[in-house]
Design a protein around this ligand. Structure first.
Ligand code: SIN
Length: 278
């Protein structure tokens, strides 16, 4: 197995391993260690079935149900992400960390490419620990103890009712009975496995700071969201059929680019159960 970083910020491509096969304990341990070091890993030409994707998630934690989309009958923790030729919007098309509006947001996500456009539809990732390290000491002190209110209620906060209803490819599997979720989380969270601090605010789900109004919170949230995705904190992955990515939501954000109008893109995503951020 070979692990090669793809940028100076985060992300590594792993080759020389077939994830369809049962992995040995030492292979799983190496993949887990690389995940903690690089925050997002990419594997080419895997073509995993939903059940094989679920087995892979168990290297990192337990699979979990995504609340806004019905899972596949054979693997309820796996959802299909489909943008059809006629869809204008896409799923995940703004910077975010998955499900930060839940009490226990997703630890990570595993995404496999089933059908990809000949160009476009790349996914961007940003390293929130690197972004935190680059803040001044004064700003780090100001953020200490701040709590963010994360909600699934706005079109870009979870992109739910309003957005899902407009996605031809996904509206039939939307969980119409899903409620609005709101959760409080530290603005700077500590990674439970590495101990590193990371910015935990995102423009899709973080609405305001606790005990402050949205207007009072907005300037600092805007600053943090812009700072967090500076180009030098990011990497970009070009999908090919059968490629797979696994990312750590505790210290990254991602953004699915919507630059392939009139083309089809079909992915399958499994969610990994997380714990309460601290
Ligand atoms: C997402 O999980 O936000 C979607 C990512 C993608 O489709 O690239």
């Amino acid at each position: 197995m070979e692990i090669k970083p793809i940028s100076g910020a985060l992300g590594a491509e792993v080759s020389g391993i077939d994830l369809k096969e049962e992995l040995s304990n030492s292979e799983s341990a190496d993949i887990h260690a690389a995940f903690l070091e690089h925050h997002v890993l990419f594997f080419r030409d895997q073509h995993l079935s939903p059940q094989q994707e679920i087995r892979f998630t168990r290297i990192f934690g337990e699979p979990d149900i995504y609340p806004f989309q019905k899972g596949l009958p054979e693997a309820p923790e796996v959802i299909e992400i489909l943008k059809t030729e006629t869809d204008e919007r896409n799923f995940g098309g703004s910077w975010h960390s998955d499900t930060t509006y839940l009490e226990t947001p997703a630890l990570g996500s595993v995404l496999s490419a089933l059908e990809v456009p000949e160009y476009g539809g790349d996914t961007l990732f940003a390293n929130m620990a690197l972004a935190y390290d680059a803040l001044s000491d004064g700003m780090k002190q100001a953020l200490e103890g701040l709590v963010g209110i994360n909600s699934s209620d706005g079109p870009y906060r979870g992109g739910r009712q309003a957005v899902m209803a407009k996605l031809d490819g996904m509206k039939d599997t939307y969980q119409t009975e899903a409620k609005v979720y709101v959760s409080e989380h530290p603005v700077v969270r500590t990674h439970p496995e590495t101990g590193r601090k990371a910015i935990y605010v995102n423009s899709s789900h973080t609405k305001r700071f606790k005990d402050m109004t949205e207007a009072e919170s907005k300037p600092l949230i805007d600053f943090l969201c812009q700072h967090a995705v500076r180009p030098e904190f990011t990497c970009r992955f070009r999908w090919t059929p059968g490629a797979l990515a696994v990312w750590d939501n505790r210290c990254t954000q991602h953004h699915a680019l919507n630059d392939y109008a009139g083309k089809r893109r079909r992915m399958q995503r499994a969610t990994i159960k997380g714990d309460r951020p601290f």
